[in-house]
Design a protein around this ligand. Structure first.
Ligand code: RFL
Ligand code: PHB
Length: 391
């Protein structure tokens, strides 16, 4: 099998890239190790930046998003017994907070790509990258039984944090940075109506909590917990009691409902600055991870592939490698800004067990400043809805 760009991974990075390349007249094949059903059922992100919404629409994939997306004017911050509305639209010249689940984005992009004849091979195993330092890159994998080959001009490693692409770059060549946080998130999905008209980010003395949504009937909530905690320790009753304590507000009711999914995730910040090695280009979680507090991971993944698709289009149009060589530098400014914002939101809103009371007071002072200063609010809002896109 042969193509121009071999894409490993059918997450948001791989799927957006395939659409952008298709629009530029460039052929690609996506290799995905899970089934279509699995990728369309994996619960992850919820918030899309305004320009990602606009891009989905521009690519002709935004019909359902326009109909079913939940568009909010802002978010609520809760701390020290008070609630504060952060008017994102007012601070950013009319941009919105869009809640549209990642697996819905994935469903739309898979269906759209297959509909225009795009090739996605699901359920592959033993994916391996070869000859990435030569002009004839090669990906091998196993399908039903036999070993298969995909010859390509370039490989896009869009296979998430645990995929094989980053590992294909020799360790000695990789420049990586990491921070592990001393807390995790317990996330649930439940059947209940919305309790509040927008997201609530709550800093409470018992720990952080986040109220989000999925549909008018299904809600998504998170609680700060120990990263190594076992979900078996959390009965539904214990989860709701903790949610009630951390969101409690006079005259307001957090509506409970049957919990049908719960899990715990650890939190880290990670950047592999070596996003290009020979003919291999890393994009999305394969190259960087943020803690989810800033709602940035998926958005950064799409930003990478937008830059990559432009560089590949320039190569096929003019034969020049310049834009491909500049790919890491062009992405890394935005990535580090996303890392900074995600770290800022995380440290400001969580209770770090290693911090003393002085440091905790500083976080409260930061929150107090943010909600009362137009300058600080504007800075937070422009990061949250998505910084302007610079190519
Ligand atoms: P993905 O989504 O991990 O996709 C990688 C794909 O590669 C496949 N793969 C392989 N395929 C072939 N061979 C192999 N050996 C392979 N190994 C892996 C995988 O099966 C998968 O299909 O990476 P991508 O495309 O870079 O997308 C990144 C986003 O998924 C991630 O950053 C976001 O989910 C982060 N995130 C959020 N981002 C936002 O922008 N807004 C949010 O509101 C937001 N909320 C969140 C989040 C992540 C969360 N979790 C669970 C980590 C909330 C949570 C709770
Ligand atoms: C979500 O709905 O999953 C979500 C919302 C906001 C965040 C992170 C996750 O900051």
């Amino acid at each position: 099998m042969q193509t121009q760009v071999g894409i490993i991974g059918a997450g948001p990075a791989g799927l957006f890239l395939a659409h952008l390349l298709y629009r530029a007249g460039i052929d690609s094949v996506i290799l995905e190790n899970r089934s279509r059903k699995e990728i369309e059922g994996t619960i992850r992100a919820g918030v899309l930046e305004q320009w990602v919404v606009d891009l989905m629409i521009e690519l002709g994939q935004g019909e359902r998003l326009k109909r079913e997306g939940d568009f909010h004017n802002g978010v609520t911050f809760q701390f020290s017994g008070q609630r504060h509305h952060i008017a994102m639209d007012e601070m950013t010249g009319g941009k919105h907070v869009t809640v549209y689940a990642q697996h819905e984005v994935v469903k739309d992009l898979v269906a759209g790509h297959l509909a225009h004849g795009g090739r996605i091979i699901f359920g592959v195993t033993d994916v391996a990258l070869h000859q990435i330092e030569s002009e004839h890159a090669l990906i091998t994998w196993r399908g039903d039984s036999a070993e298969e080959e995909l010859r390509c001009d370039f490989i896009a490693g869009c296979d998430g944090f645990h995929g094989p692409s980053r590992q294909a770059i020799p360790t000695a060549c990789r420049r990586e940075f990491q921070k592990i946080y001393p807390f995790g998130w317990l996330g649930i999905l439940c059947e209940a109506p919305q309790s509040w008209h927008e997201l609530i980010y709550s800093r409470h003395e018992r720990g952080f909590a986040l109220l989000s949504t999925r549909t008018p009937e299904i809600q998504r909530l998170y609680l700060q917990c120990e990263p190594s905690d076992d979900i078996a320790n959390w009965s539904d009753r214990r989860i709701w009691d903790e949610m009630q304590a951390r969101f409690g507000f006079p005259g307001w009711t957090l509506v409970e409902g049957p919990i049908f999914q719960k899990s715990i995730l650890a939190m880290r910040s990670f950047v592999c600055e070596t996003m290009r090695h020979g003919r291999l280009f890393l994009a999305g979680d394969a190259a960087h991870i943020v803690p989810p507090t800033g709602a940035k991971g998926l958005n950064l993944a799409v930003a990478d592939v937008l830059v990559l698709s432009c560089a590949l289009a320039a190569f096929y149009r003019c034969g020049t490698h310049d834009a491909l060589e500049r790919y890491p530098a062009n992405c890394l400014r935005r990535i580090w800004r996303g890392e900074r914002f995600s770290w800022y939101m995380t440290t400001m809103l969580h209770l770090d067990p290693h911090e003393n009371e002085f440091e905790q007071r500083i976080h409260l002072a930061e929150l107090d400043y943010v909600v009362h200063s137009r300058a600080a609010l504007t800075a937070l809002a422009e990061n949250y809805v998505g910084l302007p896109f610079e190519e």
